[in-house]
Design a protein around this ligand. Structure first.
Ligand SMILES: [Zn+2]
Length: 225
């Protein structure tokens, strides 16, 4: 019996087995997660991120730029944002937005500044990060707690849309990918937290914390871009 690392339910079962590891599925939140015994040692994991990180900089820059420009349209105040889990290099970061906005960054390996996790943000960017979460409940709770009322969490992660073809799914072959989400998983999370949820094309998931006031922000045009 394995406990789901996201909803903590024990109704889980073996979902997939290959030479490298076993994967389990949770019948409650539909998360698919890898056997903890197969998790890479942190030093190896860090090495993998170092090797793959640079190639993702242009896509991350573009993602963050679009997100900020959409948030800007709904706010007259300078924005405070957090880029969580995958750090953008300083030169790319400088080219984003304009100087009145503040962008903080956090990464457990390359920018482990825990102070930034004590603030609240208008938006949080998680670009190809959720699949790396070994303890997704902890991360989800943290991210939700750091959003300002009305703030947005923009998640880019490949959704598992057809579990029957999982054995051919390339995305699962990367051993640093340990958590896989279905639409139902995010629906469960959003409902539990009382957050608004929007699925957009290209594996973009937008989550909004309720504003609790008349101030509303709309990111639907980001979802369509
Ligand atoms: Zn679960």
């Amino acid at each position: 019996m394995r406990r789901c690392p996201l909803c903590h339910n024990t109704q889980t079962s073996l979902f997939h087995r290959n030479k490298k590891r076993d994967m389990y599925t949770c019948h409650h939140c539909q998360l698919v997660f890898s056997d903890a015994a197969s998790h890479l040692p942190p030093s190896v994991e860090k090495q993998r991120y170092q090797e793959s990180g640079e190639g993702k900089q242009p896509a991350l820059t573009q993602f963050l730029t679009s997100l900020i420009s959409q948030c800007e349209q709904n706010s007259e105040q300078p924005l405070s944002g957090l880029n969580f889990g995958r750090v953008l290099d300083p030169s790319s970061l400088l080219g984003i937005g304009n100087n009145q906005h503040k962008i903080s960054q956090y990464d457990p390996f390359f920018a482990p500044d825990h102070q930034v996790l004590k603030h609240h943000y208008d938006y949080i960017c998680c670009f190809k990060v959720f699949e790396h979460f070994r303890f997704p409940f902890k991360e989800w709770s943290l991210l939700g707690s750091m959003l300002k009322p009305g703030g947005w969490l923009a998640i880019k992660t490949k959704l598992l849309t057809d579990p029957s073809t999982f054995d051919k799914w390339h995305h699962k072959n990367n051993l640093t990918h340990v958590s896989f989400y279905q639409h139902a998983t995010f629906e469960y999370l959003a409902e539990q937290a009382g957050f608004k949820l929007l699925f957009a094309p290209n594996d973009l998931i937008l989550v909004q914390k309720p504003s609790g006031s008349d101030i509303t922000r709309d990111l639907s045009s980001f979802a369509e871009s």
